[in-house]
Design a protein around this ligand. Structure first.
Ligand SMILES: [Zn+2]
Length: 494
């Protein structure tokens, strides 16, 4: 995610920071993944009527007696414990007054046997599916849901605004099982509170024909009858699935390698600049990190309270970003997330800095590779460093202490500002430090090995260290850990 708008309120120099593959490597369906088949009807009253079959594959090494699924729309419901937005952005998000969303399961069956859904989790945001018989490693079973989704009127990644209907995190998605339990962290207004594994998706969507669809994956079929359009969408080996609908979209497209990039917009006066930046970003990151393995990427202007948000094959760019250079910066940031979050996954709740820090630093690498964007990255790093030093000074003055450790869960930060400085700013400076230590060539090689070793998998800070040490052939663990545990001293640059 990009917190650009929020940062303007903080320290001005930070505005900037926050503000295809070859034919033989395009992804094909993997039998070793779970498959989600979802039938969705979009209703005029901003609800969805859905049925969903999850052919769940046990990819753990444990025999499972239950499977848990996140029900993120329930965090938007009336009576939910935690707010989906910080108080600072509340009015901008709920611009029409408070509005609630929800997800209600009406039917649940396992291998065709109907069972009662057990709603659990810290905020009643998880469904626990108990199995009659344990599911052994590498075995599959079929779980069937019927449910209705209520979309709230909110400028958020899940919600509808005046221009777009944002359908992200709207369906039951399997929790990750690790260290002997399912990870069931609840939604949090800080950062991107999501954590999921790659899977295959086959989605059928019925919508009024005046709505234009931007989506994860490829539209395989489109039929219109009686002003209702039915789409069949296929997405393979993706970490999540999201769609944006609007009756206002214009589209401009271009191609890089085997990837078609579509830019959907309704407000931007400079669509050609946006599509060019998108193409330049994919092209640059293909070259630097390893190739984007999907056939589509949708860059979608939308009603969204923060600067932008990443989903597989689809990024949201907020229509509230009104300075064109910031808008371009958000596009580059969100596209970098396709590599760091999308292809190489991580627990965004626990290690937000891992994808945000590297994504922020990827924008620096982009500007270095593309001098025509006229961004002085040395100046940017200097301003960023000094902003961070100021953050530490102010926090120390106000609170007598400052926690600069990085491996904190989203709900362990005191506020949004602290999260931004630690995950984005300090995260980015960590990668700049490694860049400086290793030199450009070796640093890029480290990122390529990190990408290759972890693509379609889940990374951790430890796996980052392993990849970097494998290339650098020296001890980097102590340095990286000193950044993570808050011991490193960051000094002002004069
Ligand atoms: Zn981000």
């Amino acid at each position: 995610m990009k917190f650009k708008k929020y940062l303007i309120l903080l320290i001005l120099p930070l505005i900037f920071i926050f503000s295809g593959c070859k034919n033989n490597s395009v992804i094909t369906a993997s039998k070793n993944l779970s498959t989600y088949t979802i039938d969705i009807v979009y209703n005029d009253d901003h609800t969805l009527t859905c049925s969903q079959t999850v052919d769940y594959r046990n990819n753990t090494d444990t025999s499972l007696e239950n499977i848990m699924f996140h029900l993120y729309p329930r965090s938007f419901r009336q009576g939910a414990k935690s707010s989906v937005i910080s108080s600072l952005n509340y009015n901008k998000c709920y611009y029409n007054g408070v509005s609630f969303g929800d997800l209600q399961i009406t039917k649940l069956s396992i291998n065709n046997n109907e069972v009662e859904p057990e709603i659990t989790g810290n905020d009643e945001d998880i469904v626990n599916v108990k199995l009659e018989k344990n599911l052994n490693p590498n075995e599959k079973l079929s779980i069937y849901f019927e449910y209705t989704v209520t979309i709230p009127n909110i400028n958020h990644r899940f919600g509808y605004g005046d221009d777009t209907i944002n359908l992200a995190n709207f369906y039951p998605i399997a929790c990750i099982y690790e260290d002997g339990e399912f990870v069931i962290d609840s939604y949090h207004y800080n950062g991107d509170p999501f954590y999921s594994e790659v899977a295959n998706y086959n989605v059928n969507l019925k919508v009024p024909s005046n709505l234009v669809l931007a989506t994860t994956g490829n539209i395989k079929n489109k039929n219109t009858d009686n002003n209702i359009t039915t789409y069949n969408i296929n997405a393979l080996t993706v970490r999540d699935f999201a769609m944006i609908l609007s009756d206002k979209f214009s589209i401009v497209s271009d191609k890089v390698g085997n990837t078609t990039v579509n830019y959907y917009y309704y407000n931007n006066q400079y669509p050609n600049e946006a599509i060019k930046a998108s193409i330049d970003a994919v092209s640059t990151f293909n070259r630097l990190f390893g190739e984007y393995p999907y056939e589509t990427l949708s860059v979608v202007e939308s009603d969204f309270v923060h600067g932008g948000m990443e989903y597989p094959n689809l990024v949201l760019i907020s229509d509230m970003v009104d300075v064109q250079s910031d808008y371009i910066n958000v596009i580059i940031h969100e596209i970098a997330h396709q590599w760091w979050y999308g292809i190489v996954g991580n627990d965004e709740y626990k290690y937000g800095w891992l994808d945000e820090g590297l994504t922020e630093y990827s924008t620096i690498l982009f500007y270095n590779e593309n001098p025509e964007y006229n961004v002085n990255t040395s100046e940017l790093i200097k301003n960023t460093t000094n902003s961070y030093v100021t953050f530490v000074e102010i926090y120390t003055k106000v609170f007598n202490t400052v926690d600069t450790s990085m491996n904190r869960k989203l709900n362990e930060y005191n506020n949004e500002s602290e999260y931004v400085y630690i995950a984005y700013v300090k995260g980015m400076l960590l990668f700049d430090n490694l860049h400086e230590l290793l030199g450009h060539k070796k640093f890029i090689k480290c990122l390529q090995v990190y990408f290759e070793d972890n693509k379609f998998k889940i990374s951790t800070p430890n796996k980052l260290v392993n990849a970097f040490e494998k290339v650098a052939k020296c001890n980097l663990r102590d340095i990286i850990e000193s950044w993570i545990n808050g011991k490193v001293q960051i000094l002002e640059i004069k």
